[in-house]
Design a protein around this ligand. Structure first.
Ligand code: ADP
Ligand code: MG
Ligand code: MG
Length: 203
């Protein structure tokens, strides 16, 4: 192709990788309280793999190819339940972007995110309010789809959704086995979404 992944996309990826690595022990700690204590490890493994493949990713001819390669890496390298779910996230974005587009429009990303959410729901069977990563992802996707131009507002929607998971009893994922013992602790996967989303949307 004639184009190349936009430097902004690669820079956002770099920030997400750094943020996930920085949050590794915090996420693991949360998952230790309501899950099996490996979320930080699972995501950090993916982040390191993405960092190792940074050269290839930054030479992707367009954004679709970039997200497809990312999906491939995440599916192979991210452990636990998060692996396939994050692969679907990247695949949803890839599918929404037309060939040859280097910097996808915000509306296209919004559409991709919504499609990804649907696929994650099909695979995992969770819905909004079940106390999973979707509780952060769905509000963010909705804000984007409504045309919200301010990244801070989109991020705030994700943060509020993640925070709300601390109030309810998880209905899906390992935290659901705890019943009301999961009350008071936010869902680790939802918190992870806020970590990388904050990094991606900060400049
Ligand atoms: P595992 O339970 O396999 O160790 P991870 O630690 O990788 O999984 O990820 C845990 C997170 O995955 C949870 O905090 C939750 O946000 C998310 N999760 C778990 N089950 C589902 C599901 N069915 N749908 C969406 N997200 C889920
Ligand atoms: Mg876990
Ligand atoms: Mg696990």
């Amino acid at each position: 192709g004639s184009g190349q992944t936009s430097p902004a996309l690669v820079a956002a990826m770099d920030r997400a990788v750094d943020a996930v690595l920085e949050a590794e022990s915090h996420l693991t700690d949360l998952d230790r309280q309501v899950g099996d204590g490996d979320l930080g490890t699972n995501l950090a493994r993916g982040a390191r793999a993405v960092r190792d493949r940074r050269g290839d990713l930054s030479r992707a001819p367009d954004a679709k190819t970039f997200y497809l390669a990312l999906a491939h890496i995440l599916r192979k390298e991210v452990g636990g339940t998060s692996g396939p779910l994050y692969a679907l996230l990247a695949l949803g974005l890839a599918d929404a972007i037309e060939d040859g587009v280097v910097s996808p429009e915000r509306a296209v990303l919004a559409h991709g995110l919504e499609a990804a959410v649907e696929r994650i729901q099909e695979l995992g069977g969770a819905k909004l309010g079940d106390g999973t990563m979707l509780d952060a992802l769905i509000p963010a996707a909705q804000a984007l789809a409504e045309g919200e131009e301010d990244d801070v507002v989109v991020l705030q929607a994700a943060r509020e959704g993640a925070q709300a998971t601390a109030e309810g009893v998880a209905a899906k994922g390992r935290a659901s086995y705890l019943g009301d013992r999961s009350v008071g602790v936010p869902d680790p996967g939802a918190m992870a979404v806020t970590v990388w989303l904050a990094a991606v949307s900060s400049r």
